[in-house]
Design a protein around this ligand. Structure first.
Ligand code: MLT
Ligand code: ZN
Length: 482
């Protein structure tokens, strides 16, 4: 690919003005590397349109000059999905200036937010109206609405409310030819064939650029109970989940599993953290029960009863319930900081995988054993969304690894893990997407019909591969690409 033409850059600078266009190296630098520091790209300009018309104009100019664009929100992709290619051929299209909450309708339970709205700000804006946007995740301080929709993000509340796909009621997007798809109207029924909204959710910015979304709101929480529980292992944890689901039904908001070594990393690397329970436990569970309806049972009393029953039935070793909001937040911080703690610890290989929920406990233990014995010295932690059948299966390097461990001694590990996942009937990407990190592995393992459909859809909408090239869709499967 060629470097972007000076004539195009000149036109973009004129179109976007000094606030929307920069070629300054220092201003661009933070957006060239992914959060985990595994992918480094190059780009000569950062484009930050202020509104949807400017996005459309940028897209038309890019099409005219054949310049690839990499849409970017908070740059918090876990799979290098928002990092530009290393050859400097692409321009970064940042949506961060489009950060308006356009409307909030508590009566309809809908918020319309622009792509650049940061998740934590969205939470605050709707809370002021007595409402809640239920999806949340560790990166809520940087992840944006556009990125969350484009990656069909999950997080820690999927159990009750589903992923972004379930919460996205409509989208506005600019398609590769510059046309505006105006699908924000949150129609409950709309049966006009292919659902463009669902095509764009999880498309990783390869089919269009999301500029705004209509998102589902639920009533604000009246009160909640957050518990930290020591358990023997994943089998016991899953039985505990079923017990809580059976008796607390819809009140269960979160259920996350944390192995002892992940907790230890958090305690070592994240200042101000402390273990909620005395004594050592091999595994832990964080559970949250909520209520929005004052007539429902208070969550603290409900959780207390459930944990007493669990202790009685031998489903937990010890447990504590947060006695204040600050303590509840502290429990969640332990869970949400695992990635950050692991990053501070050293090189690791991350696998964001799913298998059928009932098969997950066996998979977690047997896959960990297989990998530990095949690669002596590595540490394996599987943590996260057990109730969704999705854990983050992370393999950390042995002591004092070489800087390029992931690409040398560790290179065989991810294909090995993925083979185990496929053999268990699972997915190699449960929530983070394919991006560039899993591109080759998806091409190796996905069934041919899936790859054919991906390539054909990409070729139909973006035949020149100008949108987020090198992510999700392998160039080779696009039969019409030049
Ligand atoms: C999590 O659940 O903590 C995230 O998806 C991030 C991660 O895999 O590190
Ligand atoms: Zn996760």
């Amino acid at each position: 690919m060629n470097a972007p033409s000076p004539e195009l850059l000149e036109k973009l600078a004129q179109l976007l003005g000094p606030k929307g266009y920069t070629a300054d190296r220092d201003a661009i630098a933070p957006w060239l590397t992914d959060w985990r520091g595994r992918f480094h790209g190059e780009s000569v300009a950062l484009l930050s349109p202020a509104n949807v018309d400017e996005v459309a104009a940028v897209m038309r100019l890019a099409g005219e000059y054949g310049a690839p664009l990499v849409p970017q929100g908070g740059n918090s992709s876990m799979v290098g999905g928002a990092t530009p290619p290393a050859d400097g051929s692409a321009l970064i299209l940042s949506l961060r200036r489009m950060n308006r909450v356009r409307s909030i309708s508590p009566a309809d339970g809908v918020v319309v937010a622009e792509a650049g709205v940061i998740l934590a700000n969205l939470h605050d804006a709707v809370a002021e109206q007595g409402m809640r946007f239920p999806l949340t995740l560790g990166g809520k301080g940087s992840a944006t609405v556009g990125g969350l929709v484009s990656t069909n993000a999950g997080g820690t509340q999927v159990l009750r409310f589903g992923t972004m796909r379930a919460l996205t009621l409509g989208v506005e997007a600019i398609l590769p030819d510059g046309a505006r798809f105006d699908g924000l109207n949150p129609l409950k029924k709309d049966n006009r064939g292919y659902d463009i909204r669902h095509l764009l959710v999880g498309a990783e910015g390869t089919l269009g650029v999301i500029t705004a979304a209509s998102l589902r709101l639920v009533p604000a929480i009246l009160d909640r109970a957050v518990g930290w529980i020591g358990v023997d292992g994943p089998h016991q944890a899953l039985k505990l989940l079923r017990l809580i689901e059976g008796r607390a039904g819809d009140a269960i908001e979160g259920f996350e599993i944390v192995p002892a070594d992940s907790l230890a990393l958090v305690l070592r690397h994240i200042p101000g953290t402390r273990a909620p329970l005395g004594g050592d436990h091999p595994w832990h569970v964080l559970v949250e029960l909520d209520r929005s309806d004052p007539a429902a049972q208070a969550p603290a009393a409900q959780l207390e009863g459930l944990l007493a029953a669990a202790l009685n039935e031998g489903l937990c070793r010890d447990a504590t319930i947060a006695t204040s909001e600050a303590q509840a937040e502290a429990f969640w911080k332990l869970r949400d900081s695992i990635s950050e703690a692991e990053r501070a610890q050293g090189p690791a290989l991350q696998h964001d995988i799913s298998v059928p929920v009932a098969a997950m406990p066996d998979f977690m233990l047997s896959a960990a054993e297989t990998i530990r014995s095949a690669y002596p010295g590595v540490s394996v932690s599987a943590y996260g969304h057990l109730g969704d059948g999705n854990v983050h299966f992370h393999v950390r390097a042995p002591e004092n690894p070489p800087a390029d461990w992931q690409k040398t001694a560790g290179a065989a590990i991810s294909p090995h893990v993925h083979d185990l996942v496929v053999a268990a009937g699972g997915s190699i990407s449960a929530e983070h997407g394919i991006g560039q990190m899993k591109l080759a592995e998806n091409a190796r393992l996905a069934d041919p019909a899936r790859l054919m459909a991906l390539g054909a859809i990409k070729a139909a909408l973006d035949p020149k591969h100008l949108l987020n090239p090198g992510k999700l869709v392998p160039l080779a499967t696009d039969r019409t690409a030049p």
